[in-house]
Design a binder for this molecule. Structure first.
Ligand SMILES: Nc1ncnc2c1ncn2[C@@H]1O[C@H](COP(=O)(O)OP(=O)(O)OP(=O)(O)O)[C@@H](O)[C@H]1O
Ligand SMILES: [Mg+2]
Length: 263
């Protein structure tokens, strides 16, 4: 099965001119087991270009494990990932980042003892010719991102220490970081669970703007109304398997609710 799939998929390699209908990302029969617990069981779905895809499912369905697989943090036991039609093996988060995949995790990783600006640029600091950090520029960009993209109550200065922020404010900083380093694929694991209404709307507006620029997002959320409002397509998981897939036009919030709760 795996090999046949490999061949049919690689038969539609991107044209040399880059004009292609190949999905941006394809997952084929991804499985993962922790001890006796089969957490992912032959998960297959794809992400198109210029698309916001919702990854839905009840607690423990396997969504975060899929997110970690896409971002190179979890190595699947079997199955295949295709990026732009080509098989890829992600050994680490940096491999995914290099492809252009940026992830915002459910439990966000920031450094409390650093400022907002430093956290946004962590690992990708702007450096001058002599190796000095271009702090002024980083602070200005951080300010701009925080004002325009993830406008959030209580964050007015890029110089605030992240340790002094609330959970939702921290998540906003992580989102600011991801959206500033505009990637081909943005993966968001429950980004809005700790965000206020205004920040959620700003984020959705931003995802729409990315889509018009040809970029894609995978949004994991428990809020099916939000998902239905913003996403083009839905993948529902239950007990480590894909149980339902549909486009926005093909389905409804009621149907999605039924699939998520029935599993
Ligand atoms: N590192 C791990 N070791 C062992 N079991 C794990 C590990 N990570 C996840 N699991 C198990 O895998 C299953 C799926 O977890 P996952 O975090 O992917 O679910 P989820 O769909 O993201 O759920 P939620 O909506 O609650 O975030 C759960 O049963 C969980 O206990
Ligand atoms: Mg999760």
């Amino acid at each position: 099965m795996g090999m046949e799939q490999l061949e049919t998929t690689s038969a539609k390699q991107p044209e040399p001119n880059g004009n292609t209908n190949v999905p941006l990302l394809e997952l084929h029969d991804i499985s993962k087991q922790y001890g006796l617990n089969k957490v992912l069981n032959n998960v297959s779905f794809h992400v198109n270009r210029s698309e916001i895809l919702a990854l839905l499912g009840d607690n423990g369905a396997g969504k975060s494990t899929i997110v970690k697989t896409i971002s190179g943090v979890v190595r699947p036991d079997s199955g295949m990932l295709l990026w732009d039609g080509k098989a890829v093996t992600l050994h680490a988060h940096t491999d995914a980042a290099e492809l252009g995949i940026e992830t915002i995790y459910q439990d966000t990783a920031l450094v409390d003892s650093m400022t907002i600006a430093r956290n946004i640029f962590m690992g990708r600091e702007l450096v001058g010719p002599l190796g000095f950090l271009r702090m002024k520029e980083m602070r200005e960009i951080a300010s701009h991102v925080l004002k325009t993209i993830v406008a959030i109550e209580g964050i007015d200065s890029p110089d605030k220490l992240v340790g002094s922020l609330s959970g939702g404010q921290k998540q906003a900083v992580a989102i600011a970081r991801a959206v500033h380093f505009k990637r081909t694929l943005l993966v968001l694991d429950e980004p809005t669970s700790a965000l206020a209404v205004r920040a959620t709307e700003a984020l959705f507006e931003y995802l729409r703007a990315l889509r018009t620029q040809g970029l894609s997002s995978v949004l994991v959320t428990h809020n099916l109304y939000d998902a239905y409002r913003i996403c083009d397509r839905f993948v529902v998981m239950a007990r480590g398997e894909v149980v339902f897939q549909a486009t926005q036009k093909e389905t409804s919030v009621e149907e999605l609710t039924e699939h998520v709760s029935r599993g």
